[in-house]
Design a protein around this ligand. Sequence first.
Ligand SMILES: [Zn+2]
Ligand SMILES: [Zn+2]
Length: 178
Amino acid sequence: MKLRVEDISAKVKTLDYHEPQADVNRLLEQGPVCEYRVQRPYAIHLSYYRSGMEIFFSGSLDAELTATCARCAEDFPLHRRRDFRFVLAPKSIGEDGGRNLNAEDLEFSTYQGEEVDVSPLVREQLLLALSAPPVCGDGCRGLCPQCGINLNLNSCSCSASNLDPRLDALRSLKVSRR
Ligand SMILES: [Zn+2]
Ligand SMILES: [Zn+2]
C-alpha cells in the first residue's frame, strides 16, 4: 500500500485495507519459523499523520492462518492480531542519526521520494507476530517420542518405559521383596 507524502497532513487519517498473503507466505517458507501459512489477504487498520517530514503510523493487523503444531504436527486454524506503531522519516534525516525519538516503542524507518510504501513494514509486523513456534493448545500432549503416535488421539503402550528410571528402581525393589 503506497501513500503519497503530500496527501498526508497533520490531521489524522485512517485507512482499512487488506494486504495480499503471498509475499508473507514466501518469507515464511524460507524459515526459520515455517509452521505458519496465511490463508487469505489479511486486514490492516492504520491511523496516520505527518508532523513536518516525519510520518507517524499506528494500527493493527488481523490474520487468519493455518499453523502446524510444534508438538503434535497437526495443522490447526489460528487467528493472530498485532498492534503496532512506527515512524517514517525522510532518508536524509534518518541517516544524520543526530535525532532523538524519545518514545522507545516507536519503530523507526525511513522513506525516500514522494511515496511511502507501508506494505513491507506491515509484513514485518506480521512476521513478528509469528515468531514463536505454534502449539495447537496448552494441553497438547504431542507425539510419543518412541512410537510417534499422536497422544491427543491415541494412547500407546510405550508410556510405562517413559517413566523416570528412579521409579524403575522402586518397581524392582517391590519385585525382589516377593
Ligand atoms: Zn498439538
Ligand atoms: Zn508410544
